[in-house]
Ligand binder design. Structure first.
Ligand code: AP5
Length: 221
C-alpha cells in the first residue's frame, strides 16, 4: 500500500455508482469523500465565481474546463479534512487532470492507493440517472426503484428533502456518457500502467458492489 494516507479514486460513467460507493467507504473506512460534482453544485447554488463559470457546462452535460477543476482540487486537497485520506468521486476526468493530481499528491508526499473502475454498460445508465434522487445536504443518493428512501422524498441519512439534478435528463445523460467515452476513459490505461487499477462489476446490487470494493481495499486502518 502507498505511503501516507489512503487515497482512493473512483472512475466510472455517469450513474455507474461512484457517489453511492464513496459514501459507503467514507462510513466504513473513515476516509473523506471528495465529490467534485457536489462541490460544483454547491458553488452554483452559492453563485460563487467558480459556480457562475461552471453552471453552463454542467447544465449542458459537458465537462467543466480543466483550468477551473485544477484550482478547485488544489484548494480542497490541502484542507486538513482530507489528511486521513480521500475518496475522489468524479476527479480526475481527463488526462490533464490525472497528471495534475499525481503532481499535487507528490507535492504533499502522498500517492494513490487504488483506482476502482466501476464497469456498467451504457444501456442501464439512463434508468439509474433519471430515477436518482440526491441529497443536497449530505451528498447521499437514493433511487426511486433501486434504493428508495424509507420516507418518500426524504434523505435516509440526514432527513433533508431529496432533489432531482437539472442534468439528470435522458438528453443530458447522452452528452455526459459521450464525455466519459471521449475524455475520461483514457485515464484507465494510464493508471493500469501503474498497476493500481481494480475493475468492479457495477451492475451488481449496491451492497454487493461494496463487498467487492471492500475486498480490494482490505481492512480499514
Ligand atoms: P458528477 O456529479 O460527478 O456526475 P457524474 O460523473 O455524471 O456521476 P453521477 O453523479 O451522475 O453518477 P455516480 O457514478 O456518482 O452514480 P450514483 O452513485 O449517483 O458531475 C456532474 C457534472 O459536474 C459533470 O457533468 C461536469 O459538468 C462537472 N464535473 C464534475 N467533476 C468534474 C471534473 N473532474 N472535470 C470536469 N467537470 C466535472 O448512482 C446513480 C443512481 O443509480 C442513484 O440513484 C443510485 O441510487 C443508483 N445506483 C447506484 N448504484 C447502483 C447499483 N449498483 N444498482 C442499482 N442502482 C444503483
Amino acid at each position: 500500500m502507498a505511503a501516507g494516507p489512503r487515497n482512493i479514486v473512483f472512475v466510472g460513467a455517469p450513474g455507474s455508482g461512484k457517489g453511492t460507493q464513496a459514501v459507503k467507504i467514507e462510513e466504513r473506512f473513515g476516509l473523506r469523500q471528495l465529490s467534485t460534482g457536489d462541490i460544483l453544485r454547491q458553488a452554483v447554488k452559492d453563485q460563487t465565481p467558480l459556480g457562475v463559470e461552471a453552471k453552463g457546462y454542467m447544465n449542458a452535460g459537458k465537462l467543466v474546463p480543466d483550468a477551473l477543476m485544477l484550482g478547485l482540487i488544489e484548494d480542497q486537497l490541502t484542507k486538513p479534512a482530507y489528511a486521513k485520506g480521500v475518496v475522489l468521486d468524479g476527479f480526475p476526468r481527463t488526462m490533464l487532470q490525472a497528471e495534475a493530481l499525481d503532481a499535487l499528491l507528490s507535492k504533499l508526499g502522498w500517492s494513490i492507493s487504488a483506482v476502482i473502475v466501476l464497469d456498467v454498460p451504457d444501456e442501464v445508465l439512463a434508468e439509474r440517472i433519471t430515477g436518482r434522487r440526491s441529497c443536497p445536504q449530505c451528498g447521499n443518493v437514493h433511487h426511486v426503484k433501486f434504493s428508495p428512501p424509507k420516507v418518500a422524498g426524504v434523505c435516509d441519512r440526514c432527513g433533508a428533502a431529496l432533489v432531482q439534478r437539472p442534468d439528470d435528463t435522458e438528453e443530458k445523460v447522452r452528452v455526459r456518457q459521450a464525455a466519459f467515452h471521449s475524455q475520461t476513459q483514457e485515464i484507465i490505461p494510464y493508471y493500469e500502467k501503474k498497476g493500481i487499477v481494480h475493475h468492479v462489476d457495477g451492475l451488481l446490487a449496491p451492497d454487493e458492489v461494496f463487498a467487492r470494493v471492500e475486498n480490494v481495499l482490505g481492512r480499514p486502518g
